[in-house]
Design a protein around this ligand. Structure first.
Ligand code: ATR
Length: 476
């Protein structure tokens, strides 16, 4: 009997891998599974996968032998060296034309390298972002595949079947681009996620310290916010979090230690922004805010030395201030996405990717952690003008910013007055003010560089590209 009856093989049965397998099984695909710690294969088959058509394998050789040709093998293992090692273990069993898929959170430069190295061996490689956490993986993640374009037709049907869908049924999964494009887009997604989370936390602290609101009040406010422009998964789960009580009946959120963890994708986004010279300031600040939060002991010590503002300022109109903060959050979020899209634009130029900006918004519209109604507005902006230079120049976004900027400024001014740190809100506003300023003070900066290092400058009264030097001291 021919054993090669499985549609796809998956290696790596941690929670994301398990849930993707169950999701594929739900959609009628026959999946073979393997895990380094082989006992997990049997545990999975006897527990979560009981009663399904999932097939276990106790070696990579056995896994590959179960697969129809061309073989499709998906890796859901720890990113980094483990991915390279696992690829090396699978390769001897593959033939030209087989498809290898890395669904981990790999760095896009690794995916660039792997796609090319595997293409030389005749293997079609896909590096794909998968977002949505455990729940997404199980019932419909956002999937962002890139790699060898010839591989896409072989996985398109499975990926689009298991992915999240937007209201009209369009899958939150489409081909992103060559080499590391999929992992790059996933990385920027994660960076934007860092930004969204930081913005929500700053709004929380400003309202908590400014108005003394309780967790129950926050649960109500966030439930309200989720019905309007801020409608999103992260606002929704925040409302649920605020409502959750510990065993003693008090809000659990108030008992959680204020030190943030991170796995590095926000940092990678910020590094890429610096490499490409793009001012993605909000994600950068969000990464640093997590770093500052992690210095808990040092902050506790510093709190005994360093004072905040002397006078306690009170807000007279509570409801109006809550609305100021909501609008400020919305404006800051627009800036963050505009910055993220600027980064995608620049990366596409530098890597030779033809990124479909509207398509990316659609992929993020459902399934993933940053899913929101707002991404529908981004998609609409790119549908209206696929060559849009910057989101902030789309009517929808520019008119919202023009309408809300006074509230945005008010919220930040109040934060400064009462001494609440708002790195992400503030950097968003500074970016907005910088981006809309036709003449910045870099004239003085260039003069200084020319003064101390003869770096030269261009002049407003001469053509661009002509460089001048001044003997600033009259000496020499
Ligand atoms: P988690 O996602 O739970 O944090 P992880 O340590 O990132 O787990 O590992 C994810 C997957 O990569 C697991 O399937 C893991 O296999 P084990 O269950 O045997 O730990 C796999 N993995 C991690 N390190 C590995 C290695 N050196 N070689 C092969 N597979 C590895």
């Amino acid at each position: 009997m021919d054993k090669a009856t499985c549609d796809i093989g998956l290696i790596g049965l941690a929670v994301m891998g398990q849930n993707l397998v169950l999701n594929m099984n739900d959609h009628g695909y026959k999946v073979a599974v393997f895990n380094r710690t082989v006992s997990k294969v049997d545990e999975f088959l006897n527990d979560e996968a009981k009663g399904t058509q999932i097939v276990g394998a106790h070696s990579i050789e056995e896994l590959v032998a179960q697969l129809k040709t061309p073989r499709r093998v998906m890796l859901m293992v720890k990113a980094g060296d483990v991915t390279d090692q696992t690829i090396d273990h699978v390769l001897p069993y593959l033939e030209k034309g087989d498809i290898l898929i890395d669904g981990g959170n790999s760095l896009f430069t690794d995916t660039n390298r792997r796609t090319k190295a595997l293409a030389d061996k005749g293997i079609l490689f896909i590096g794909t972002g998968v977002s949505g956490g455990e729940e997404g993986a199980r019932f419909g993640p956002s999937i962002m595949p890139g790699g060898s374009p010839e591989a896409w037709p072989h996985v398109k049907e499975i990926f689009q079947a298991i992915s999240a869908k937007v209201e009209d049924g369009t899958p939150c999964c489409d081909w992103v681009g060559e080499n590391g494009a999929g992992h790059y887009v996933k990385m920027v997604h994660n960076g934007i996620e860092y930004g969204d989370i930081q913005l929500i936390c700053e709004a929380y602290q400003l309202l908590k310290d400014g108005l003394g609101l309780s967790a129950d009040e926050f649960a109500k406010i966030f439930t309200e916010w989720n019905k309007g422009e801020l409608d999103s998964y992260l606002i929704e789960i925040s409302a649920t979090i605020f409502g959750k009580k510990d065993d003693d009946g008090t809000p659990i959120v108030d008992k959680i230690l204020d030190t943030a963890g991170q796995k590095g994708t926000g940092k990678w986004t910020a590094i890429s922004a610096l490499d490409l010279g793009m001012p993605v300031t909000l994600i950068g600040e969000s990464v640093f805010a997590r770093c500052l939060s992690a210095l808990k002991d040092e902050r506790v010590q510093a709190s005994k030395f360093l004072e905040g503002p002397k006078k306690a300022l009170t807000v007279s109109e509570k409801e109006a201030f809550i609305e100021d903060v909501r609008r400020a959050l919305y404006c800051s979020k627009m800036i963050s996405y505009a910055q993220g899209y600027m980064l995608l634009r620049e990366a596409a130029k530098s890597e030779g990717w033809n990124l479909n900006m509207g398509g990316i918004a659609l992929m993020w519209r459902g399934g993933c952690i940053i899913r929101s109604a707002f991404l529908g507005n981004i998609k609409a902006a790119y549908d209206k003008n696929p060559k849009l230079l910057n989101l902030l120049m789309d009517d929808f976004f520019s008119s919202a910013l023009n309408k809300y900027q006074a509230n945005w400024r008010k919220a930040i001014i109040h934060a400064i007055e009462i001494g609440v740190p708002m790195p992400a809100f503030s950097t968003a506003l500074s970016f907005y003010d910088g981006y809309r300023t036709a003449r910045l003070p870099a004239n003085l900066l260039q003069a200084q560089r020319d003064f101390f290092g003869a770096h030269t400058y261009e002049r407003i009264d001469k053509p661009r590209g002509e460089f001048f030097h001044t003997n600033w001291t009259g000496r020499g």
